[in-house]
Design a protein around this ligand. Structure first.
Ligand SMILES: [Zn+2]
Length: 112
């Protein structure tokens, strides 16, 4: 006949820590159960550090998005002022004639 003690679960859940510790001192079954549970707990603590999320992920993503948008807007604004993107693409800044619009002798758009 197996008379294994089954108080551990109820003591662990419903009783305070002192009552559990006192029972563990006198009962070998519950002591073995307690040590097994501590081993699992230590394993979880050990593995938990491997899965820690890196800090400030949202802040880093927000900074990258801001730099991306601000950089794009900045380049467009500079291109509007100096037209350097046309120079990069075609070797020289584009004129109105290059765009295929009708111009007069001064290079201004000709309107009939
Ligand atoms: Zn027990």
């Amino acid at each position: 006949m197996n008379n294994k003690c089954n108080k551990f679960e109820s003591l662990f859940i419903f009783s305070d820590e002192k009552a559990l510790e006192e029972h563990i001192k006198v009962c070998p079954d519950c002591r073995a159960e307690y040590e097994r549970m501590n081993k699992v707990s230590d394993l979880i603590k050990e593995v938990k550090s491997e899965f820690k999320r890196p800090k400030y992920v949202a802040l880093k993503v927000a900074c990258m998005l801001f730099l991306f948008i601000a950089g794009g807007v900045g380049i467009q604004a500079l291109d509007l002022q100096y037209g350097f993107l046309d120079t990069v693409k075609y070797g020289e800044p584009l004129t109105i004639e290059d765009l295929g619009l009708p111009t007069d002798d001064y290079g201004l758009i000709q309107v009939d």
